[in-house]
Design a protein around this ligand. Structure first.
Ligand SMILES: [Zn+2]
Length: 356
C-alpha cells in the first residue's frame, strides 16, 4: 500500500507507538502533569472517603457519572485471585460485580488453564469520579483484570504496588500482538469472561480484538462483547449490566449483535483514531472542561456521601469478616508508586469518538 512509504504514515506510526507501546513513559508523563483535584470537586471528595456507607447496595447514575451505595470489597486474596495496588483502595464494588469476579477466577482456573486473576481497580468505597486512571468505574460495575496470570506465591504488599505490567503488543510494530507473550489461555480467559450473561462489555486493545477475530475457533456468540479501545493492552476491563431492579442505574446501549470484527474494528487500523487533535483556530480560546462537582452527579450521591460509614473494611468484605484479614494491608501510598500505570482509556486524542 502506497501509504506506507510516505512521511505522514511514518509520523502516524510513531504516534501510535508512543501511544500504545510506550505506556509507562506516557503514564509517567501524565502523572507528572496531573494537578491535585480542586477541594470541593467530586474527585477530591469521593477520593478522600475510605469506607463505604451503610445501606443497600445500589448503583446511582452511569458508569462514567455516578456513585454507589452499600459497596462490598473483594477480599485481598482468594484461592484463585490476588488484588493489586492495594494503596489505591479501589477493590470496592456492587456485590454483583464482586461475585462475578470470584466466579470468573474459579472458572478460569478450572477450565481455561489460567491459575488465577490479578485484579486491578474496581471502584472507590462510594464510587464516584476518580482522581486518576479512569473515566468510568464510578458505580461499582466495572473492573480491571491483568492479562498476567496470578503467580503461585502470594505477592507481598510491595510487589502488588510495583509488579510491572506486561503489554501483549509487539514493540516497533503497529497494533500487533506479540506472539511470544500471547497465549491461548488469555483468549480463553477473555471468552470465559464474555460468556456470562450479566457481562455486557469487555474492553480490550484493538490488536487483541483483531487477534480474537482472526483466531478464535470456538463459539463466537459472545465475541461481539469484546470492544476495541485505546490502551487495554496489559489488562482488560469487564463491565456488567445494571443489576436487575436497580432503577437508579442508567444502562448503556447493548452491543451490536454481530461479532464486531468488521468495519468498526478496521477503523482502529486507520490513521484517524491516532491523529493528533486539531489545533484551535486562531483567536479562539480553547474551552477548558469544568471540573465535575458532586452536584453534577445524581442527587442520591450527596446522600451517599453523607451517610454513616460501615464499621470497618472487614465488615464490608464480600463473604464476611472471615474472608478479610484482621489488619488493613496498607494505608499509605509508597513514594514512587505509579498511579496511572493502568490507564483506562490510554492516551486519547481529543475530539475523537471512542466508540464507548
Ligand atoms: Zn477499567
Amino acid at each position: 500500500m502506497a501509504l506506507h512509504t510516505n512521511a505522514t504514515f511514518q509520523t502516524f506510526l510513531k504516534l501510535a507507538f508512543a501511544g500504545l507501546l510506550g505506556a509507562s513513559v506516557v503514564a509517567g508523563d501524565v502523572a507528572a502533569q496531573q494537578k491535585q483535584p480542586s477541594p470541593g470537586s467530586a474527585k477530591a471528595i469521593f477520593g478522600s472517603v475510605s469506607l463505604p456507607n451503610q445501606g443497600v447496595a445500589q448503583p446511582y447514575g452511569f458508569y462514567a457519572k455516578g456513585c454507589m451505595s452499600g459497596a462490598v470489597a473483594l477480599p485481598v486474596d482468594g484461592p484463585t485471585w490476588q488484588t493489586m495496588r492495594l494503596s489505591r483502595n479501589r477493590r470496592w464494588g456492587n456485590p454483583a460485580m464482586i461475585s462475578l469476579l470470584e466466579r470468573l477466577s474459579r472458572d478460569a482456573a478450572k477450565y481455561d488453564g489460567w491459575p488465577g486473576l490479578l485484579v486491578g481497580d474496581i471502584s472507590q468505597p462510594r464510587g464516584g469520579p476518580m482522581f486518576n486512571g479512569h473515566a468510568s468505574h464510578q458505580i461499582g460495575l466495572d473492573a480491571d483484570i491483568w492479562l498476567t496470570p496470578m503467580p503461585a506465591h502470594p505477592l507481598s504488599i510491595e510487589e502488588r504496588e510495583t509488579l510491572p505490567f506486561t503489554t501483549m503488543l509487539q514493540k516497533n510494530a503497529f497494533l500487533t500482538i506479540n506472539p511470544n507473550v500471547w497465549t491461548e489461555s488469555r483468549a480463553r480467559l477473555l471468552m470465559r469472561a464474555a460468556s456470562y450473561p450479566q457481562v455486557e462489555r469487555i474492553f480490550v486493545n484493538p490488536a487483541i480484538k483483531k487477534k480474537m477475530c482472526d483466531t478464535w475457533t470456538g463459539d463466537r456468540t459472545n465475541l461481539g462483547k469484546l470492544r476495541p479501545i485505546y490502551g487495554h493492552d496489559s489488562h482488560f476491563h469487564i463491565r456488567i449490566k445494571c443489576p436487575p431492579g436497580a432503577a437508579s442505574c442508567k444502562p448503556q446501549a447493548p452491543v451490536p449483535a454481530d461479532d464486531g470484527c468488521g468495519k468498526p474494528l478496521a477503523w482502529w487500523f486507520t490513521k484517524e483514531p491516532w491523529a493528533p487533535p486539531k489545533p484551535p483556530k486562531p483567536g479562539v480560546k480553547p474551552v477548558k472542561p469544568r471540573e465535575v462537582m458532586v452536584s453534577d452527579l445524581p442527587n442520591a450521591c450527596a446522600s451517599v456521601l453523607a451517610a454513616p460509614s460501615v464499621d470497618s473494611i472487614q465488615a464490608a468484605t464480600f463473604g464476611g469478616a472471615a474472608a478479610a484479614p484482621a489488619v488493613a494491608p496498607m494505608a499509605v501510598m509508597p513514594a514512587g508508586a505509579s498511579d496511572d500505570a493502568l490507564p483506562d482509556i490510554g492516551p486519547v486524542p481529543d475530539d475523537k469518538p471512542s466508540g464507548e
